[in-house]
Design a protein around this ligand. Structure first.
Ligand SMILES: Nc1ncnc2c1ncn2[C@@H]1O[C@H](COP(=O)(O)OP(=O)(O)OP(=O)(O)O)[C@@H](O)[C@H]1O
Length: 224
């Protein structure tokens, strides 16, 4: 699904990520930890070709990310759902329409989409579907961001601090949704600082924990 071979990346001359070698197998569940500023978001961006490796190779669904043209990148991204750290929405649109945006920008009629209503119910937002983003709580926004990320039925879900601004109860609820997606066969990669969340996940799914520190990727110890 995603293969990295000695991949490196830097915003300037100096790499911030080096020697990244990793394989994300279909159906696997991974966490990515590391200190603030260590490069977790940048790493996720390599995984959906928002950034391209400056050395080594990143292969997405069997294709070298560096060789993908714009159309192939767009097609590849339809297989990847991203929950961004800042979960930005269009504030003038109801949250239902925000969740449906990936459908509407690809020319589908969201109004008739039964899956959309089902998905909104699944994340527990049916009573809030007509509310606008500024009227939502942090936890509701995070669940809306997750719904928007999976509306196109992606194979891989990348989540950047999906529980960053919510209380523990809501963190567990979001985790539950991600574990359910994994049980449906989706591949999950979650960047998080929250070690308690990782421990809670390990009780439900087989999760591998990766750590970025000092620009290098390693497998975190079993003490988590
Ligand atoms: N667009 C950019 N241009 C230049 N430097 C950047 C850019 N984005 C991030 N950086 C720098 O790259 C490094 C890694 O940032 P990144 O956001 O990937 O880390 P992170 O581990 O996700 O951080 P956090 O946990 O605080 O979200 C940081 O030093 C950051 O300042």
């Amino acid at each position: 699904m995603i293969d990295m071979q000695d991949a490196a990346f830097g915003y300037g001359a100096e790499p911030i990520l080096s020697d990244m070698t990793l394989r994300l197998a279909p159906g696997s569940f991974h966490f990515l930890t590391g200190p603030s500023g260590s490069g977790k978001t940048s790493f996720l961006k390599l995984c959906y070709a928002e950034l391209l490796a400056t050395a080594g190779r990143v292969t997405l669904f069997g294709e070298d990310a560096a060789t993908l043209d714009r159309d192939r990148i767009a097609l590849t991204r339809q297989r990847i759902g991203v929950v961004h750290q800042d979960c930005e929405f269009l504030d003038h649109l109801p949250i239902r329409d925000n969740i449906a945006l990936p459908l509407t920008v690809t020319g589908r009629d969201a109004g008739q989409d039964a899956n959309l209503n089902e998905l909104i119910a699944w994340v527990g937002l049916s009573p809030r579907a007509r509310a606008r983003p500024p009227e939502l709580s942090g936890g509701e926004r995070q669940r809306a961001a997750l719904a928007r990320a999976i509306i196109m039925d992606p194979d891989l879900i990348l989540a950047d601090e999906p529980t960053g601004n919510v209380d523990w109860e809501m963190s567990l609820r979001l985790l539950q949704l991600l574990c359910e997606l994994n049980k449906m066969g989706k591949t999950i990669l979650i960047a998080t600082h929250d070690l308690a969340l990782i421990r809670a996940a390990k009780a439900q799914v087989q999760a591998r924990v990766l750590r970025i520190a000092g620009g290098r990727l390693s497998t975190a110890g079993a003490d988590l």
